[in-house]
Design a protein around this ligand. Structure first.
Ligand code: NDP
Length: 277
């Protein structure tokens, strides 16, 4: 049997690094690939964890916004492991409240990383999932807050149990164009670049879980979106209540759901609890 392998994106710092540490601490039985877009920062993070005694952590470069980089990781996983057992899509960005960039630019850049980047990683790696694999897409409670700020028509689309990936992609594109034209409010979107990108991650997870039910029934694969909580990282700043290790608890719980578990699947989870969407 091939060795098991877990992949965590954006893991050189913050919640991603804590997720890798959490998987190791929980005694994950395979290798854990700590991925980062910056090789130096990624290798330093691996050295830190090895110095803490975790020997099954290895680095692989991954820029989620670069489809060539996503495909290179796919090829590496195929050759070295013959599949994939755990994928945690953690990498993400958020502009600071006082960022000077125009809203349209913030919307495009945020959507490119949080939604499209996550989607490109999934397109490359989900075909490698072995039976009983676990996938965790790190979204945010802001996705739910932003959903409630959308107009009723958009809310109905995002809550639909029939929306397709193609329809979701079109909606994410429409938000960016509306933001660039200063028409997002008139078209029923909230005034946040981050919120719609994380609506995209949560709805994508609901769609992906449904597709897995149809295409891989009986394979025991569980895929969920989650919120880590409000966590003290470079993204959220020093006043957030949770440490990165506390923020990693729910993603690690979802990544290690035991074999034979039937749920949660296709849910938004925080504090290890399924949230209503
Ligand atoms: P940080 O800013 O501390 O870390 C973000 C990580 O994502 C970094 O490793 C960063 O790499 C990486 N990243 C960004 N863009 C890319 C890319 N194109 N390719 C690969 N990696 C990339 O943020 P957090 O740890 O706080 O956030 C982790 C996740 O949790 C994000 O998805 C965030 O939206 C979510 N989240 C965070 C909350 C919080 O309170 N902190 C609340 C809710 C959700 P680099 O160092 O190179 O920039």
């Amino acid at each position: 049997m091939s060795k098991k392998v877990a992949v965590v994106t954006g893991a050189n710092k913050g919640i991603g690094l804590a997720i890798v540490r959490g998987l190791c601490k929980a005694g994950y039985s395979g290798d854990v690939l700590l991925t980062a877009r910056n090789e130096k920062l990624g290798l330093e993070a691996v050295e830190l964890l090895k110095a803490e005694g975790y020997k099954n952590v290895f680095f692989h470069q991954l820029d989620i916004c670069d489809q060539t980089s996503c495909l290179a990781l796919k090829t590496f996983l195929e050759k070295s492991y013959g599949g994939l057992d755990v994928l945690v899509n953690n990498a993400g960005i958020a502009f600071k409240v006082k960022a000077p960039e125009p809203f349209g630019e913030q919307a495009e850049v945020t959507m490119r990383t949080n939604f499209w980047g996550t989607l490109w990683v999934c397109h490359a790696l989900l075909p490698l999932l072995r039976p009983n694999a676990r996938v965790v897409n790190v979204s945010s409670f802001v996705s739910k807050r932003s959903l409630n700020e959308c107009n009723p028509e958009l809310q109905a689309k995002f809550r639909s149990t029939e929306i397709s990936e193609e329809e979701l992609c079109l909606l994410m594109g429409e938000f960016v164009v509306a933001a660039q034209n200063g028409e997002h409010k008139a078209q029923g979107w909230p005034s946040t670049a981050y919120g719609p990108s994380k609506i995209g991650v949560t709805v994508l997870s609901r769609i992906q879980a449904r597709v897995l039910n149809e295409t891989r029934p009986g394979d025991g694969i569980l895929l969920n979106a989650c919120c880590p909580g409000w966590v003290r990282t470079d993204m959220a700043g020093p006043n957030a209540p949770k440490s990165p290790e506390e923020g990693a608890e729910t993603p690690v719980y979802l990544a290690l759901l035991p074999e034979g578990a039937k749920e949660p699947h296709g849910q938004l989870v925080w504090d290890k609890t399924v949230q209503e969407w």
